[in-house]
Design a binder for this molecule. Structure first.
Ligand code: NAD
Ligand code: UD1
Length: 339
């Protein structure tokens, strides 16, 4: 297949480009580099041992999409491009709705115009309603949704848009993938997550402490009803996540219509467990301080990944130690990211 990867220079998109190529598919990247470095593209080319076609452009620019899609021959689009910082989405809702919702609508219109009607969409576990119970069940795809932030609502709105599109046009094939906590880096250490500004997510924060970019980690609350008082999350290796996209697009070849799948391991780890795993992987001590809870945090978030196993034939293979080892390889060799 020939696949257009929007946001393909970013964290998840770049890892997926490599897996697409490894599976024998062709990948073309469209990215505006608002949250990625062009160096990611040279690193990708080096890893893949070939030049990777890419265009600098915005998904909200219909003319640019026409140029790329009009080049022809695309079988599918994997749509990673978007904005993803929860706090920022509260401050700048217009930018978030503009890029994530209007940008996706623009992309879908141009896909329809060019007869490309297969899409894999990056959604998030953030679309599930936060459960405050002590021992919540793993989240299946039918669990109640209800996002807590403008970011989460943009994901829910796009999911609804895609569902409506498939109901109206039976020749569309759409796979919505709800990612749990994607972490880690490519095992080569050549590409990885390169957050701009202060990272907000746990593993990037820990990695920056380990490499000396930050003094200590703030642990957001140790009074949750969990085994050690810190929140439990379902961490997923980025390469496992990338490989699921290949399974998803191949699934769409067999089955038209709209599908939703969780991507997670089904296993949870606390913040303290993540710190210890990273200490083992890096040989560094991670100093931390307990601070207050972060508003909106659920005590436990766990995926039920059964549907992805059954329908996509996909299961996450790599555990938290592997995620930390690969993240450390990337972070220790690129202390300032791609720069
Ligand atoms: P990222 O910021 O690294 O990648 C997104 C890419 O899209 C960047 O390269 C950025 O430059 C590009 N981009 C942004 N706006 C664009 C626009 N208007 N036109 C073209 N390109 C644009 O983020 P990521 O972590 O790789 O996430 C990819 C997708 O997955 C996002 O949609 C995000 O919401 C979703 N997601 C990520 C996570 C996670 O843990 N990282 C979890 C759930 C969902
Ligand atoms: C966060 C977002 C979620 C988004 C996901 C992946 C919030 C409320 N939720 O989820 O919408 O889909 O990232 O991008 O922002 N932690 C610390 N110290 C830190 C950072 C995190 O203790 O410096 C804790 C958090 O309280 C949480 C756990 O580590 O318990 C994981 O945090 P994080 O990596 O931000 O992921 P989520 O909370 O799952």
């Amino acid at each position: 297949m020939k696949v257009l990867v929007t946001g393909g220079a970013g964290y998840l998109g770049s890892h997926t480009v490599l897996e697409l190529l490894a599976a024998g598919h062709e990948a073309v990247v469209l990215d505006d580099f608002s949250n990625a470095s062009p160096r990611a593209m040279s690193a990708l080319g080096m890893l893949a041992n070939r030049e990777i076609a890419w265009t600098e452009g915005d998904i909200r620019d219909a003319g640019c999409l026409d140029d790329v899609l009009g080049g022809g021959g695309f079988d599918a689009v994997m749509h990673f491009a978007g904005l993803k910082a929860v706090g920022e989405s509260v401050e700048e809702p217009l930018r978030y709705y503009g890029t994530n919702v209007a940008g996706t609508a623009c992309l879908l219109e141009r896909m329809e115009a060019h007869g490309v009607r297969t899409l894999v969409f990056s959604s998030s576990a953030t679309v599930y309603r936060v459960a405050d119970t002590e021992d919540p069940a793993p989240l299946g795809e039918n669990a109640p949704t209800g996002a807590e932030s403008p970011y989460g609502r943009t994901k829910l709105i796009v999911e609804e848009l895609l569902r409506d599109l498939c109901a109206a046009k039976p020749d569309w094939r759409v796979s919505v993938l709800r990612y749990f906590n994607a972490v880690g880096a490519h095992p080569s250490g050549v590409i990885g997550e390169d957050p701009t500004g202060v990272p907000r997510n746990l593993l990037p924060c820990i990695a920056q402490v380990a490499v000396g970019r930050r003094e200590l980690l703030e642990v957001f609350g140790n009074d949750y009803p969990t085994r050690d008082g810190t929140c439990v999350r379902d961490y997923l290796h980025v390469v496992d996540l990338a490989r699921a996209h290949i399974r998803a697009v191949e699934y769409l070849e067999r089955r038209p219509g709209f599908a939703v799948h969780n991507l997670g391991t089904g296993r949870g780890h606390t913040v303290f467990e993540a710190i210890r795993a990273f200490e083992r992987a890096s040989g560094k001590t991670i100093p931390y301080r307990i601070v207050g809870r972060r508003p909106g945090d659920a005590p436990v978030t766990l995926a039920d990944p059964e549907r992805a196993r059954e329908e996509l034939g996909w299961t996450a293979e790599w555990d938290l130690d592997r995620m930390c080892a690969d993240l450390w390889r990337w972070q220790s060799t690129h202390p300032e990211g791609f720069e």
